[in-house]
Write a new protein. Structure first.
Ligand code: C2E
Ligand code: SIN
Ligand code: SIN
Ligand code: FE
Ligand code: FE
Length: 637
């Protein structure tokens, strides 16, 4: 900073001399050359005058000429010398230095002036108060030059600089201070109290940087927003001292950093926006439900907009009601049970008219909040409601509450608008996702209950197989888990096991419920239950993956099963597992055509069919799940 140079060369004491002088009138200082010329001119004038007078009086008398020459010499030379030398000291001189607060003694003046332009005091010779005038002239010229340089610099610095005395008066202001800070022109007679100008107070207020600097005599520096100038300023106030080290005031430098601040703010806002958009994406990806998303969203909105409380009212299109879903910053449950028709109360109006509503002071108006008896305890003052609209549909209302009066800057309102748009999109996305999830869940529920209903109907029809479907499904899932099947595949196996005999629905009761042995024709009809199952299920996309068990559960490992005669590992794994479970459960239960077998007989039978009817590996798994793995290995040896 240029200004610092002045400070550097003068140290503390320098300011006393340099900042105070006011120079009026034109400078007419003589140089040594002019001085010599004047003496030559005076001698020539004298000689001319003497010669003319001598010739006029008595051209012949040499004595007269000599006398007259002497008289004129005396008469002219004395005032000439006085004129030449005494010029700068004379009261009628064309140049005058007016110094405020500094000694009028020329010696002292010269000393401080010279010091202020960098001369050392010992270079000025002074004897018995008589000044060496040649050096004085020289110093004055240097002083003038320095002062002009300084004033030029002072005025061209783009930072606003003001110089204050210790009584809070602004005694100088540079061009930037006059234009940026709009400091009125200052003359010595009319200075301005800095607090009066900056803060419109009659005494130094709290937090005024220049006053603080004057009081503490310490450097004060910080950034501030100056509302009356609408500027962000970087302020620096530094103390000033005179020769004797006395504190005499301050220098106050203000730099306009509004551009920098605006850039910073734009970046900050972009970051905020990004973080909200980012959050919404993440929340949806993370499969959060709409309620959780809205809770986090209101929290983000409250914090990013710097307000005391925020809530979201969702619009339920079926009930045609706005209802409270999420709020942050409330001290009571006053608004938690809000339910509003479109057009009702202020938020209802906001939704109906699709327009933001800003109320500076809600205490002054009758807005409908007073219906909630706890609302007054919240001490809210300012209120804003913003409609949340996505795809041209009203999704809800965002309400903001503040416990002090809100100053809604245009930039802030833009940001609010932006957030409201994003919130509306978030609600739309999340509810779409939720709707989808719900219809999927509903479908799953519908199918699963259909399946349960079907298998139950079957169990009911064939009284003695009551609970068979559930039992075989449970055992099948256990075995499947045992061999590492999980997730959706397990779901399909479970459904398939439940549905394995669904085809029996198409078998006439007289065959199915026949108490005795089946004829070959009846047997053919019964064997069709696998094909019936396939025909019933293939139309339902959702149940297609569950088809293996109903279609293949009567296939045999050696290829002698039905309906297709598929062999060994060509038979789907689920069906190979299930075949064991099915025979195990059938033999353990009473049938219209025979009594239930004892457990050991069933186990022995299954073991004996390993490799013929059943997949031997799956028989091993079955035994393990039944807790009979040991027996198997013993039997193997
Ligand atoms: P289900 O009664 O559930 O029997 C399922 C499977 O268990 C049978 O398939 C068969 O492999 C085995 N199983 C059941 N009971 C016995 C038995 O007493 N001895 C032996 N060794 N294995 C048995 P399968 O044979 O293909 O029969 C399919 C379905 O046909 C049976 O289901 C049942 O509903 C019906 N069924 C089979 N035989 C008769 C019968 O003699 N009379 C009647 N009314 N229905 C029969
Ligand atoms: C001052 O130093 O008092 C002026 C700076 C300000 O408050 O804006
Ligand atoms: C039944 O459900 O009664 C027997 C199962 C089958 O025939 O596969
Ligand atoms: Fe069957
Ligand atoms: Fe069965």
């Amino acid at each position: 900073m240029n200004f610092a140079t002045t400070k550097d060369t003068h140290s503390k004491s320098g300011h006393a001399g340099i900042s105070q002088p006011e120079i009026i009138g034109k400078s007419n200082l003589t140089s040594p050359l002019k001085f010599i010329l004047r003496i030559v001119a005076a001698v020539i004038a004298f000689e001319l005058a003497a010669s003319v007078i001598t010739l006029l009086l008595d051209p012949a008398s040499l004595f007269h000429a000599l006398i007259i020459n002497l008289v004129i010499l005396v008469v002219m030379l004395v005032p000439a010398c006085y004129w030449i030398i005494g010029k700068s000291q004379h009261p009628s001189s064309t140049m005058q230095l007016r110094l405020k607060g500094v000694s009028s003694d020329p010696g002292q003046l010269l000393k401080s002036s010279a010091e202020s332009v960098g001369l050392k005091s010992k270079t000025i010779r002074k004897s018995d108060d008589k000044i060496h005038y040649g050096e004085l002239e020289q110093s004055r010229e240097m002083l003038m030059q320095a002062k002009q340089d300084w004033e030029f610099t002072f005025d061209t610095i783009p930072d606003a600089i003001t110089i204050h005395d210790r009584n809070y008066n602004i005694i100088r202001a540079n061009k930037a201070a006059r234009s940026v800070l709009k400091i009125p022109s200052i003359t010595n007679e009319r200075s301005v109290k800095c607090y009066k100008y900056y803060h419109s107070t009659d005494s130094p207020p709290e937090g005024c940087p220049s006053c603080k600097c004057i009081e503490s005599e310490e450097l004060v520096s910080f950034e501030v927003f100056e509302p009356h100038l609408e500027l962000y300023l970087e302020i620096m106030a530094m103390p000033r001292y005179n020769n004797s080290g006395d504190f005499i005031g301050i220098i106050h430098i203000a730099k306009d950093i509004s551009y920098k601040k605006e850039t910073e703010q734009t970046i900050q806002e972009q970051i905020k926006r990004l973080s909200i958009a980012n959050f919404i994406d993440k929340a949806i990806a993370a499969n959060l439900n709409l309620n959780s998303i809205l809770h986090i969203l209101t929290d983000l909105i409250k914090r990013h907009l710097g307000i005391d409380a925020a809530n979201v009212l969702l619009y339920d299109r079926d009930k045609r009601l706005l209802h409270f879903v999420a709020g942050k910053g409330f001290r009571s449950d006053a608004l938690k049970y809000t339910k509003l028709n479109l057009g009702e109360s202020i938020a209802g109006r906001c939704a109906l008219e699709r327009k933001s509503i800003f109320v500076k002071d809600i205490r002054e108006e009758n807005l409908g909040f007073e219906r909630s008896k706890d609302f007054s305890k919240e001490n809210f003052i300012s209120y804003i409601s913003v409609p949340l609209i996505a795809k041209d549909e009203i999704k809800g209302v965002l309400e903001l509450f503040n416990r002090s009066e809100l100053v809604a800057e245009p930039q802030w309102l833009d940001f609010l608008d932006n957030i409201a748009n994003q919130a509306a999109i978030a609600i739309d996305n999340a509810s779409m996702f939720e709707d989808l999830q719900q219809s999927k869940n509903e479908l799953v529920l519908a199918y699963d209950s259909t399946i349960a209903g079907w298998s139950h109907a079957l169990d009911m029809k064939d009284k003695e197989t009551e609970g068979h479907s559930r039992r075989v499904a449970e055992m099948t899932v256990k075995m499947a888990r045992e061999i590492g099947i999980e997730g959706e595949e397990l779901e399909h196996i479970n459904r398939g096991a439940y549905l394995h005999d669904i085809g029996k629905m198409a078998i006439p009761d007289n065959i199915l419920l026949k108490p005795g042995k089946l004829t070959a024709e009846e047997r053919d009809v019964i064997e069709l239950h696998t094909i019936h199952a396939r025909d019933m299920l293939k139309e339902i996309k959702y149940l297609e993956p569950a088809m293996d068990i109903p279609l293949y559960h009567h296939e045999k490992w050696n290829g002698t099963g039905y309906p297709l005669g598929t062999k060994s590992d060509k038979i789907p794994l689920a069906a190979r597992i299930f075949a064991i479970v099915d025979v195990w459960d059938a033999l353990s239960s009473d049938r219209p055509y025979r009594k239930a077998w004892p457990e050991e007989k069933v186990i022995d039978y299954i073991r004996s069919e390993a490799g013929t009817h059943f997949d031997p590996e799956m028989v091993e798994v079955f035994m393990k799940v039944l807790g009979r793995g040991e027996v198997l290995s013993n039997a193997g040896t």
